[in-house]
Design a protein around this ligand. Structure first.
Ligand SMILES: [Zn+2]
Ligand SMILES: [Zn+2]
Length: 143
């Protein structure tokens, strides 16, 4: 199974909370992750621990950082989300609705399906909000 398909929404939120707050030389303390997620530290830890087990996050002196795999997984998530948003946008949904609809499926769909959807849409360069969509691994410009 691909890493994204193993994650719950809350685990993904946790991954994003860390990715958006860590710096080159500093990880994110649990308290800060918890406040970003608006939950208690023990609850946040409950989402953090599976991420460590999957090798997406590592903890050093009480602070969490993304691993290379974690960073790659977040980029893959962005791609899934934005390709799905673009699809819903082209079906006529407003950007906010496209975003909500994309969140219902972006963790569940496989990379392969995302690439099929991306190709069927002629490889869109940006989501409805204007955020860039990275080229398909196997095929920007393939056809
Ligand atoms: Zn969105
Ligand atoms: Zn977007």
């Amino acid at each position: 199974m691909e890493p994204l398909q193993e994650l719950t929404r809350r685990q993904l939120d946790t991954l994003q909370a860390i990715g958006g707050r860590e710096t080159d030389d500093r990880g994110v303390p649990l308290k800060l992750i918890a406040s970003a997620l608006r939950m208690s530290s023990p609850s946040a830890l409950g989402h953090l621990t599976p991420l460590e087990r999957l090798g997406l996050v590592e903890r050093y002196r009480g602070k969490s950082r993304l691993t290379t795999k974690g960073r790659r997984t977040l980029l893959e998530y962005q791609r899934h989300h934005r390709v799905a948003e673009t699809l819903f946008g082209r079906l006529g949904l407003a950007p906010a609705e496209s975003c909500a609809a994309a969140r219902e499926i972006d963790l569940a769909i496989s990379h392969r399906t995302v690439e099929e959807v991306c190709r069927a849409q002629d490889h869109p360069a940006a989501c409805p909000h204007g955020a860039p969509i990275a080229p398909c691994r196997t095929g920007a410009g393939r056809d």
